[in-house]
Design a protein around this ligand. Sequence first.
Ligand SMILES: *Cc1c(COP(=O)(O)O)cnc(C)c1O
Length: 362
Amino acid sequence: MTKRAYNFNAGPAALPLEVLERAQAEFVDFRGTGMSIMEMSHRGKVYEEVHNEAQSRLLSLLGNPSGYKVLFLQGGASTQFAMVPMNFLTAGKTGSYVLTGSWASKAEKEARLIGETHIAASSENNKFMSIPDLRSIEIPDNAAYLHVTSNETIEGSQYQQYPDTGSVPLIADMSSDILCREFDVNQFDFIYAGAQKNLGPSGVTVVIAREELLAESPKHIPTMLRFSTHAANNSLYNTPPSFSVYMVNEVLKWIEEQGSLAGVEKINREKAGLIYDTIDSSEGFYRGPVEAGSRSIMNITFRLPSEELEKQFIKESEQEGFVGLKGHRSVGGLRASIYNAVPYENVKALADFMNHFQKNHG
Ligand SMILES: *Cc1c(COP(=O)(O)O)cnc(C)c1O
């Protein structure tokens, strides 16, 4: 048997073993072509089938919402921080942002390079340890959109519900929690996600958006940065990241096999419950800094009584085969990223390790 790490990396992150094995099996000779998927034209029938399959499979997992299109872009979610305002933040309008942590703040900062922005709500004075009360969100009349970050990967917070923005488009960065649970796509006008956390490998950024938002983009921005270019050309205007798109399609198949979004959500809640219960029943040895109503089921952040013990925790966990438990350098502490592909058994092993560590050091 192949040795697999207990992988809790934040991104790039664990992929389902079944997907890796399937990719391995068809790596050298894809569907009888005598070539790998990476070696063939993106204009050919074989690749295009995979490309279209990935799009329709994603929409199908989301309940086939009407009027939505899927794009496969490059440049990561970070490029979307710029493309969103370049395409939508037109003169006289303001880009409205909810600040919930590091990623939301980066998105807003980037938009400021393009146009006027507005902070609709912020939990910064709570050190981003909660999602702001949705009732506190203020959207100006001239808002081009409201931008939210559904899951803050670094701080470990997540929206439990989304704001109703009326006629103002709701845009979401779902990089670290897309497809982790059931949700109603119709609440959103534009969703984007770098694939490398919950959808596949790095290299492709997935967009799910209302077709009318993609129909026309300002002509003064570069061709490659217009959503309309990619929408009009089925994301084949230039060479797509074909291997990454293929892998996304395989991950989507795997999600279907888990019982689709309802299936993965059930397992994700059980997994998150294991770690949060361990924290909450540790009598203060472990401390979850994020407010209970804003806790993420994808990225669980926690602290120990001292930084010394946190270092010791990381050292001993690595000796036991755990990877990626160090918190982001900007916030410190510990973080377990338990994306869809992280198996229940691995999360159980972490909970056991945490209990064991507390017995030895508590
Ligand atoms: C990782 C991450 C990003 C950045 O993604 P890149 O693909 O590296 O640009 C943006 N937003 C969120 C919420 C993330 O987790």
